[in-house]
Design a protein around this ligand. Structure first.
Ligand code: ADP
Ligand code: MG
Length: 389
């Protein structure tokens, strides 16, 4: 439950009644990490933690926004969005991206409420941007579909906030479907829903407590390393490699001899990770949770040893999970360097495993990590207005 209701927040902090209420979920990625910016495959689910916004149009062309997660209000001119280096950039970026698509945004008041923890790797930023894009599109008559809204959110984060991110997070938040994972081809933007064997598992998310936002430089470094690995691979194979997606596991033996070991490890992660996405789709479709668990554990090993984006906290959570009875597999989710782990667990063991994770982690790091059970939820959309306020 998102509390307070965004309409209440809008009334209490800005004295307005909403014209539109919209929502957008956070996400976890089941598998397919650090593949999106190399045109690869990913398999996210939108989760039942979401950001809700209430929006009231203004006649004077000004914009104000408040958030339950931030003190004070931000004000700006939506006709001239300007990057400021604070959370208003996520809102202003959406305004700018809509304007670029010929949808002029007039004045508005906006209240934001959310139960997606910010900076935890559950993509609170995409949830915020999709909720804002959905509300502004509805309020100012843009008529965009969900894919277009995802592109708006992506343009906002890349072009305005300035993070070199791929399309995984906005597509997951825009297109998620209850009971399903979303197979996303980041080269063609083709999507496919993969039905989850619902009643037979729980998905636990444990937060390592290390804020992901501290890792922006390391993320940009991985993006650059993949680019360098791609160039080295093209030279070694004597053919163009537009994206690492163009390589298959069968290319690896030839590249092992030719590439510098560091670059080879980065490349090997991306190439094997793409293959793991389809292995996971197959495991889910046939309801083989043991096989799905193997894919998660192999994915974690690859992120830890080849891509080197895990941390002691994330490794510890995965090891605790994998050693516990009833856990099929565990891995870090999101870009790494902090954030959360996911654990695929037999339903009857979920509560006990959550306790094992929290206790074991506390023994080592002297704090209890939050552990949530999440379920696959619907992507972004407009909500009905409350009858009275
Ligand atoms: P993640 O997307 O993994 O949660 P990011 O660093 O990408 O982490 O995005 C977190 C940032 O997004 C926050 O620091 C804040 O600037 C912004 N943000 C996300 N949710 C909200 C919210 N409900 N209210 C205000 N700002 C938010
Ligand atoms: Mg984010």
């Amino acid at each position: 439950m998102v509390t307070p209701a965004p309409a209440e927040l809008l009334a209490n902090r800005l004295g307005r009644r909403p014209d539109v209420i919209a929502r957008a979920p956070g996400r976890v990625n089941l598998i397919g990490e650090h593949t999106d910016y190399e045109g690869g495959l990913a398999l996210p689910i939108a989760i039942d933690r979401e950001t809700r916004v209430a929006l009231a149009r203004r006649e004077d062309g000004r914009a104000r926004a408040v958030s339950c997660q931030e003190s004070g209000e931000v004000a700006f001119n939506p006709a001239t969005p300007r990057r400021r280096g604070d959370w208003s950039d996520y809102v202003q970026g959406v305004v700018a991206a809509l304007a670029e698509r010929g949808i002029p945004v007039g004045g508005f008041d906006l209240a934001i409420a959310s139960d997606v923890p910010p900076g935890a790797g559950l993509s609170s930023s995409a949830a915020l941007q999709l909720a804002v894009a959905t509300a502004l599109d509805a309020a100012f008559g843009g008529g965009l579909d969900r894919v277009a809204l995802a592109r708006v959110a992506h343009a906002a984060e890349r072009g305005f906030v300035g993070i070199a991110c791929g399309i995984l997070d906005p597509f997951a938040s825009a297109l998620g479907r209850s009971g399903h994972a979303l197979r996303l081809d980041c080269a063609s933007e083709a999507t496919q829903y993969v039905s989850l064997p619902g009643a037979r598992f729980r998905l636990l998310v444990a937060h390592s407590g290390v804020r992901r936002s501290l890792a922006e430089n390391a993320y940009a470094e991985r993006v650059a390393e993949c680019r360098a690995a791609r160039r080295a691979a093209a030279t070694a194979l004597g053919r163009p490699v537009a994206r690492l997606r163009a390589l298959a596991p069968g290319d690896l033996p030839e590249l092992e001899a030719a590439l510098e070991p560091g670059l080879l490890r980065r490349l090997r992660h991306v190439v094997t990770e793409n293959a793991r996405v389809d292995a996971m789709c197959g495991a889910l479709r046939s309801g083989d949770l043991e096989a799905a668990g193997v894919v998660l554990r192999e994915g974690q090993r690859s992120l830890r040893d080849d891509f080197e984006v895990s941390t002691a906290e994330l490794d510890a959570l995965c090891e605790l999970g994998d050693a516990a009875a009833g856990v099929f597999g565990s891995r870090l989710t999101g870009a790494g360097f902090g954030g959360c782990t996911i654990h695929l667990v037999a339903p009857e063991r979920a509560a006990a495993v959550a306790e094992v994770l929290a206790e074991g982690f506390a023994l080592r790091f002297a704090r209890r990590p939050p552990v949530w059970s999440v379920a696959a939820a619907e992507g972004a959309g407009v909500l009905p207005l409350p009858p009275t306020l």
